[in-house]
Design a protein. Structure first.
Length: 73
């Protein structure tokens, strides 16, 4: 379980945009997203979540579908 970061995915939103799931898998530099169980959905790779660099690329790709939450201050 990640200690420092939580990544929330709303696949109802991600699935609505063609190619968005693939883009998320591609854009994250530390491979936090993998293709989900349904086509056009993504799943979070829990063991990579703490590697998140807060680069914001996933939220730029899907401002409504992805939320990266810092669990520390
Ligand atoms: S902020 Fe960057 S490193 Fe973190 S999950 Fe999004 S794309 Fe990956």
């Amino acid at each position: 379980m990640a200690m420092f970061i939580r990544v929330d995915v709303d696949n109802n939103i991600v699935e609505k945009t063609a190619g968005l799931a693939d883009k998320l898998v591609e854009v994250c530099p530390v491979k936090i997203f993998k293709p989900g169980p349904q086509p056009s959905a993504v799943e979070v790779v829990e063991e990579n979540v703490d590697e998140c660099t807060l680069c914001d690329l996933c939220m730029q790709a899907s401002p409504k579908g992805i939320r990266v939450v810092k669990l520390y201050e």
